[in-house]
Every structure is written in C-alpha cells, then in structure tokens.
Design a binder for this molecule. Structure first.
Ligand code: PNS
Length: 161
C-alpha cells in the first residue's frame, strides 16, 4: 500500500490544491492531506475551519483523508508511517522555496522524499493569498474555490466588516 502526504496551510483550500490532491491519489493508494497547525503564522481561518473545509471538499474522494500536524513535518510523517511528500509547483517563483523545503526534509530524515507535480496550467496563477485578497474586496472567486469555501470566505469577510 503506497501512501503520500500532501502538506500545507490550506488557508483556504483552492481548486489548485484539489487538483494536486486528486492527481496524487492517482499515483498513491492513500493520500493524507496534512494541515499545518502553526501558532506563529497568522492564518485567516482557524485550524478547525481549514480542516472542516478540506474534509467537505474531499469527502467524495476515496482514499483521501484529512489530518493536521504541528511541529516538524518529518516527525508527523514518522508517526503516520509515510515517506513521500507531494507538492505542487506553479511558477519558477515556487522553486526556490520548494527546493529548500524538500532538501531540509530529506536532510532531517533521509527516508523522506518529495515529489513535485506541475500545477495544471489553468491553476498555475492561483494562490490562497490572491483568493483572500479578491474575496476581501468583494470580487468573484467561484472559479478559484469550491462553493463551500466561497461561502466561508464571504462569511469571514462579512464578520470582519
Ligand atoms: O501551504 P504552505 O504554507 O506552502 O505549506 C508549507 C508547509 C506546511 C508544507 C511547511 O511550512 C511545513 O512543512 N511546515 C512544518 C515545519 C517543518 O517541518 N519545517 C521544516 C521543513 S521546511
């Protein structure tokens, strides 16, 4: 049984993330989407909200589960007995950061390998940060996130005024 971890902040999950999760599932029997619980990073959505959104939008994908972790990713991976990280690569600008993470994780645990999937062209510009910016200014985000997430974003910015 092959297993892969798709880690991230998912603040919030976008169609770009979903594309990577679905394509990872075609390569591995089991995919665990691992949401970072990090007190020092400021997220728009709480850990519970980020996990809830991911569970909702992946509920019809067999073999995909959603979990969360704090601390080092490699420590979490040992706990769940996984060795493969899958990350999406969009533009060249992602490369340096992604390479740094992949090399650091491999240095921390040589059993851990990172596999990069080229983001689908239609999502290669998409980021959670941009989606939040557009949503905060009342722009249309239905092409970027599933309806459940769109609703959560709308409510979040309504709450904030
Ligand atoms: O969606 P993101 O914010 O690009 O995801 C980044 C993430 C969560 C994969 C990365 O920050 C991470 O793995 N953090 C856990 C801390 C860690 O293991 N650091 C060492 C390797 S960079």
């Amino acid at each position: 049984m092959t297993k892969a971890i798709v880690p991230g902040s998912f603040d919030p999950v976008t169609f770009g993330h979903l594309d990577i999760i679905q394509r990872a599932k075609r390569l591995f029997d089991q995919v665990i989407v691992a949401v970072l619980e990090n007190q020092s990073k400021t997220f728009l959505f709480s850990l519970e909200e980020r996990v809830e959104m991911l569970r909702e939008v992946t509920k019809d994908l067999p073999g995909v589960s959603v979990d969360f972790f704090s601390g080092l990713l490699v420590t979490y991976m040992k706990k769940v007995n996984a060795r493969v990280i899958v990350r999406g690569l969009r533009a060249l600008s992602d490369y340096e950061y992604e390479l740094q993470m992949a090399l650091t994780n491999h240095e921390l645990d040589e059993e851990v390998e990172t596999i990069f999937l080229a983001s689908s062209a239609r999502y290669s510009f998409l980021s959670s940060r941009m989606v939040k910016e557009v949503a905060s200014m009342g722009g249309r985000i239905s092409d970027f996130v599933p309806p459940f997430v769109e609703e959560k974003l709308r409510n979040k910015f309504k709450e904030r005024g």
